[in-house]
Structures are given as C-alpha cells and as structure tokens.
Ligand binder design. Structure first.
Ligand SMILES: CCCCCCCCCCCCCCCC(=O)SCCNC(=O)CCNC(=O)[C@H](O)C(C)(C)COP(=O)(O)OP(=O)(O)OC[C@H]1O[C@@H](n2cnc3c(N)ncnc32)[C@H](O)[C@@H]1OP(=O)(O)O
Ligand SMILES: Cc1cc2nc3c(=O)[nH]c(=O)nc-3n(C[C@H](O)[C@H](O)[C@H](O)COP(=O)(O)OP(=O)(O)OC[C@H]3O[C@@H](n4cnc5c(N)ncnc54)[C@H](O)[C@@H]3O)c2cc1C
Length: 660
C-alpha cells in the first residue's frame, strides 16, 4: 500500500463502511453487491486483453462473447432483477462499457413489458427474456432524433390483408443510431408513423423481425448495418435500418395502449405519450448512470491526487501531495459532493418512477406529466454535471489523465452521450420548463399545486436588504434555492408573456424565451437535488460521524452552486454581496475540513479496482510501477523494433544519411 494513501485512510473521521451501507441500502445488500461484483470480476471467462489495445472489431467480438456468457452465467447463479444486474453485469462484467446486448435489456425488453398486450407478451416476451431472439429499440432516424412527430418511417395499415406496410421513403428516414442493431439484433421495436386510410396517427411501436433466425441475413426488403466508429461505444454496433415495403401482421403493433382494429378503426390510448414510456424509464435510470460515472472519475482523481507529489510549496520542503493545493481541492471536492448529491437524487428518482408506474398501471395517468418533467430535468442536470466533472477529473490528473491507463478517457467516452441519448439535454430541460410554465399559470389562476412544483405557488418576498443570515445553514440554503427556482420560473413566465404581448406568436415567444426557460428548469432541478440531499441527512438512522461529513459535503454542494450561479441569487436582492463573500469563505473552510476525509469518502463509493479499471485510481496507490507495466503491454511494444521500421523508417533514414 502506498504510504500516503495509508495515512489518508488512517486519518479519516468516519468508517467508510457506514457510508457504503447508507449508499447501497444496508449490510445485506452490500454483501450481495460485493459477492456479485467479485463473481464477475474473478471469473476467468470474463478476462480479456485491455479493450484499449483492441481494434473496434475485436472489441465488438469480445463484448459479444462476454454478453453471451453473462446471460448463461446469470441463469446459473440465479442473478435477476435490476439491482443484481447493475452489480454483476453493468459494473462487474462490463465495467460500465457498452456491450452488444445493452439495448436488448435496457429498452427492448422494457418496451415489450410496458407496451405489449398480454397476448403479445405470451408470443414474444418469453422468447426475448430467454434470448431466443435479440432486439433493439429503433426510433431515431438520420434526419430526426428529437422531433418524434417528424419521424419518416411509415407503417401503413392495409385492412384487406390486415397487415402494416413498413417503408422508409427518404434517405433521412433511415433509422440511425439504435444500439445493437448493426450486427446483433434479429428483432426490433420500431417506432413508425402510423397511417390508416391516408390519415396519420403519429409514432407508434411495432414489433419487427429484421434478420433471419436461420442464417442472420437481413430479411427481404430490409437493409441493415453498422453506422461506423464513434467517440466511444466501440463495443456496441449502433446501426442503420431501412425498409422497402416490408409487410408485418396487424398484431405486430404493440397494442397495450392504442389499437388498430381489423377494419382499420383506430382506438386511442388514454394518453398518446404512453407510447414514450420506455424513454421515461431509461431517463429515470440515467441519473444513476451519471452519478456512478462521476463517482468513478472522482475516485480515480482523488486517490491519484494523494499519491502524486509535485512542486515545492515551501522552499526546501518535500513536494506536497497535489491534493494539498487548494486549487486542486476546488477542482475535485465540488464534484465529489455532486457525485453524492446525484447518488441520493438517483435513488429518489427511481422510487418516484416506480411509485408513478404503479399508479399508471392502475390506470391513473395523472402522474405522467410530473414524472416526465422530473425525469427529464434530473437526467439532463446530472449528465451535464457528470460530463463537466469527468473532464475536470481528467485535467486534475495532469498528463497521466489523458492516458487510457487512467481509466478516465473510457469513462468519459462511454458516458458523455448520456447528455444526448434518451433525449438531448436542452430539449428535455425545455420539456421540464413546459411543465413549470403550465403549473405556474395554474397557480396564478388559483389552482393548488402539489408534488415537486408546490413551491411555485408564491415567490417568497425578498428579505430586507442587509439582513444577516447564516449561509452555512442547510435550511437557509434550501430556501435560497427554492426562491431562486420560483423567481426564475416566474420571470420566464413574465418574459414569455411579454414576447407575446410584443406581437410574437406562442412558438416564437417560446423560442425567444428559451434560454431563460432552460435556466429556470435547471434551477428547479438543482433545488430538488439540494433539498433531497439534505432530507437524506435528516434521517435519524444515519450515523452521527457519517452525518457530520455528509453535511459538510451537502453544504459544499449547495454553496458551490450558489457561488457559481451568484447572479441568480443576487439579481433580485435575495442574497447580498456579503452572503456570496461568506459563501466563498465557507467553501474554503469546508474544503479544509473535508481534506482529511477525501480518500475515505471516495473509498465509500466502494468501487473495487476491477471495476475502476484505472492505474491511477488503484486502491493500493502503487501507480508508477503499474503504469510502466501497462505501457509495456501495448501492442506497439510487442517487439523492440516495429515492422514499420523496416518498411518505412529504415529506408528513409538510410537515404538521408546517404545524402550527407
Ligand atoms: C448502475 C447504474 C445503471 C444505469 C443504467 C442506465 C442505462 C443507460 C444505458 C441506456 C442506453 C440508452 C441508449 C440510448 C437509447 C436512445 O437514445 S432511444 C431514443 C431516445 N429518443 C428520445 O429521447 C427523443 C427525444 N424526444 C422526445 O421525447 C419528444 O419528442 C419530445 C422532445 C419530448 C417532444 O415531443 P412532442 O411530441 O413534440 O411533444 P410536445 O408537443 O413538446 O409536447 C406534447 C405534450 O406531451 C408531453 N410529453 C412529451 N413527452 C412525454 C413523455 N415521454 N411522457 C409524458 N409526457 C410527455 C409534453 O410535456 C407535452 O405536454 P403538454 O404540455 O401538452 O401537457
Ligand atoms: C451513443 C448513442 C446511442 C444511441 N442509441 C439509440 C438507440 O438505441 N435508439 C434510438 O432510437 N436512438 C439512439 N440514439 C439517438 C439519440 O436518442 C438521439 O441522438 C437524441 O435523441 C438526440 O436527437 P438528435 O440526434 O436528433 O439531436 P438534434 O435534435 O438534432 O440536436 C441537435 C441540436 O439541436 C438542438 N435542438 C433540437 N431541437 C430543439 C428544440 N426543439 N429546441 C431547442 N433546441 C433544439 C439540440 O439542443 C442540439 O443542440 C443514440 C445516440 C447516441 C449518441
């Protein structure tokens, strides 16, 4: 063990195990988590060369082989349910890297479960759950991802044959991006525009076979392939797909909510947005993905910052650990705090999701708008912060952060698209804003608001100027966030009205106000995260040493947000210049307070080395010797003299020498 890391751990003010239990739901669940992780990490069948040293084709093949073994072993070990899978599959076997069955489990199966009738489930779900067929979720097209009503693929009903005719009328109508489509899937849930008797009914989901179950060749009329290399996701065959008048039976439309009768009568769903249910589910889960990815990057950068010594702080003194530079703390600690904040927000989001789904399943769809607004806002906020945080962690590791040996580039490349997939973040924030504007106007009209928007009912009066307040007090901070969100929603609503009064129609007024609207929706989401973090600490079951350190983190998270967005808090005089100055001082003091606990706080995320997959973030801190060992394994080092030397460099050098 590196002595610096040992000292850090010895000096912590709390036992990290207590936080591990808090984060993962108690000792029994922690035990299960560790068992499943180590089962996957120590399985010789899952060992392979570092993916960073492989070509894309090799990565795909390796991940496919592993995916198949994972399925077989899950059955053998009785691993089931999302929590088990997160530990065994997502973190353990795949280290959160994309695999070619990812869309089958994350979207294809949930869509069948959520959108199919009982008869349709009987027909397909068992096959899909048992991997007799592999599917994906084919929605996005080359021309349209965001604007679903603009999708061009058509499903035209023919009452004579009781079939749908699937067709891609244009190049831009080509399905583009669906994961696992390029080479793996033989089925997909296809989102296509439903046409009956020449009338359009909007996007609907259809179950479509695209490849032969005999030889895996595309079925007649289907063109399908891989879209080529991407920023990350090398192990996933994101694909393209086109149809040339492919016919499928009527009952291949997933008809739990809307139906087409044999004669072509369309039966409306209780809400047309129920067809978008899988996206809402995945958005709710992406908050966990963001929290975890950020936590991993912060773990790596924090441990490394205690091992790394650089420069002279005091002349003649030993080089300090770089984490002793306050600027380094300022890079990392706010993201450490954010990772905790989003871990707790993710748990809250998942429970709101399941509670809401229970009601929706019972036919109560009134909860859908709030669920959509909350999941859209939290997915966007958490993935934005994650992306910025991972990049900050990379820079905080200096040059070595840029090497794949750090593990950070892979985390970044694999999780950056969370800001884009499952709904582009700005677009989703505008969806949250739409709900806020609606709620605000209901409240202005005297309706009582409930749930996450109840606070919009009235913007609190601005306190008398000069009032002193303790900005370290979490209640004061929560009120400040609440005030800021309510005010920004109120002002965006006023601005929207002003634009309309100035002669703009609603869409133009909306567009003109959209920067303010995104700001308001972001503030609303941040308020939720801060309030939820503080509420988690109020639980009397939380151990006092844990509460103390997490309270500091919560204060840091909230204060950092205040300082970073100080204009929002100052603009209407709610906070004063003195408050902001105080906040900055408190941040410095909190960082000093948290410094001795930093390593214990990242240890408490409980990522074993096998999952972190990082030389810099090793638990034992033995970074340098392993860095050299890792580099030696690079394919370019297989021989001392690379064959290209004989082909190119040798004749070039010889010719140059001969000229002299
Ligand atoms: C250990 C950790 C493990 C973690 C593990 C994580 C897994 C992590 C790996 C996943 C891997 C994924 C891989 C990527 C998979 C793809 O990316 S799949 C493709 C995803 N695509 C999208 O998300 C498309 C985004 N676009 C949309 O959702 C919609 O078109 C938009 C943007 C919401 C707009 O829709 P629209 O029909 O134009 O609606 P609009 O006119 O704006 O609104 C109409 C009404 O419907 C409402 N509405 C719109 N959508 C909804 C909805 N979904 N629900 C309810 N109401 C809605 C609006 O709020 C509005 O309400 P009102 O104000 O009228 O009351
Ligand atoms: C790794 C990865 C995996 C994916 N997997 C799948 C999959 O399995 N299945 C699938 O169907 N799709 C998948 N997608 C596609 C993904 O869902 C879309 O890319 C995403 O929904 C964004 O849509 P878009 O590409 O059309 O972006 P665009 O909408 O073209 O976004 C471009 C810009 O326009 C802005 N913009 C667009 N509309 C508005 C608006 N109304 N108001 C303000 N600004 C706007 C956006 O904010 C953005 O800045 C995947 C994408 C990636 C990167």
């Amino acid at each position: 063990m590196n002595p610096d890391l040992k000292k850090e751990r010895d000096g912590a003010s709390f036992d990290p195990e207590k936080i591990v239990n808090l984060l993962y739901g108690g000792p029994d669940r922690v035990k299960r988590k560790r068992k499943l992780e180590s089962l996957a990490l120590n399985d010789p069948d899952f060992q392979h060369e570092d993916l960073n040293f492989m070509s894309r084709e090799q990565q795909y093949e390796t991940q496919l082989k592993k995916s198949i073994m994972v399925v077989q072993k899950q059955e053998k070990h009785g691993i089931m349910g999302p929590e088990d899978s997160a530990h065994y599959v997502y973190n353990g076997a795949f280290k959160a890297m994309a695999g070619p069955f990812g869309l089958h489990t994350s979207m294809f199966l949930p869509t069948l479960r959520g959108q199919a009738t009982d008869e349709q489930k009987d027909k397909w779900l068992k096959m899909a759950e048992n991997y007799a067929i592999i599917g994906t979720y084919a929605q996005t097209e080359m021309g349209h991802g965001t604007f679903l009503r603009g999708l061009e693929t058509t499903a035209t009903y023919d009452p004579h044959t009781q079939e749908f005719d699937l067709h891609t009328p244009t190049p831009t109508g080509t399905k583009w991006w669906p994961g696992c489509l390029g080479k793996t899937s033989n089925y997909c849930v296809l989102m296509a525009q439903l046409y009956i008797h020449g009338k359009s009914y909007g996007p609907h989901p259809f179950m479509v076979q695209i490849r032969s179950l005999e030889d895996h060749k595309p079925l007649p009329g289907v063109t399908v392939g891989d879209i080529g290399p991407k920023f990350g996701y090398a192990g996933n065959d994101n694909g393209f797909l086109r149809f040339d008048h492919v016919r499928i039976p009527r009952d291949n439309m997933l008809m739990k909510y809307s139906r087409v009768e044999p004669d072509g009568t369309y039966v409306k769903p209780p809400s047309s947005k129920l067809a978008y249910g899988t996206m809402v589910q995945v958005r709710s889960f992406i908050v966990s993905e963001a929290a975890e990815s950020l936590a991993k990057a912060v773990t790596i950068a924090t441990r490394y910052s205690c091992v790394r010594r650089q420069s002279e702080m005091k002349p003649g003194h030993p080089e300090p650990q770089v984490l002793d530079y306050v600027t380094q703390q300022y890079k990392l600690f706010p993201y450490l705090a954010a990772a905790y904040a989003f871990m707790f927000a993710a748990r809250a989001m998942v429970s709101v999701y399941f509670r809401s789904m229970e009601r929706i399943t019972r036919g109560d769809i009134t909860v859908l708008p709030e669920l959509h607004a909350l999941s859209s806002g939290l997915k966007s906020l958490s993935s934005w912060v994650m992306n910025a945080g991972i990049e900050e962690c990379r820079m905080a590791c200096g040059g070595h952060g840029y090497s794949h040996a750090s593990g950070i580039p892979s985390i970044y490349a694999e999780h950056t698209p969370a800001a884009t997939y499952e709904g582009e973040n700005t677009v989703l924030m505008l969806q949250t804003a739409r709900y806020l504007m609606k709620s605000y106007s209901q409240s202005v009209q005297g309706e009582k608001l409930a749930g996450s928007v109840a606070y919009l009912a009235g913007v609190q009066p601005v306190p008398v100027a000069g009032r002193t307040r303790d900005v370290l007090d979490l209640q004061v901070l929560i009120e400040a966030y609440q005030h800021r969100a309510a005010r920004l929603v109120h002002e965006a609503a006023l601005q929207l009205r002003k634009e309309q009064q100035a002669g703009k129609d609603q869409p133009d007024a909306w567009n003109a106000t959209s920067v303010d609207l995104v700001k308001a929706a972001t503030a609303h989401s941040q308020y939720f995260v801060v309030k939820n973090f503080a509420a988690r600490l109020a639980d009397p079951a939380v151990d006092s040493s844990v509460r103390a350190v997490l309270t500091s983190l919560c204060q840091l998270h909230a204060l950092h947000g205040v300082v970073n967005n100080s204009g929002d808090f100052l603009e209407d005089g709610y906070m004063t210049g003195t408050d902001i100055r105080q906040a900055r001082r408190h941040i410095n003091a909190l960082m000093a307070k948290l410094r001795p606990d930093a390593v214990a706080l990242v240890d408490a995320f409980d990522y074993p080395d096998g999952i972190l997959n990082s030389i810099l973030g090793r638990y034992d801190g033995n970074v340098y010797e392993h860095l050299l060992e890792w580099a030696k394994a690079s394919p370019l080092n297989k021989t001392d003299v690379h064959q290209s030397y004989h082909k190119y460099l040798k004749p070039f050098l010889q010719a140059n020498r001969a000229k002299l």
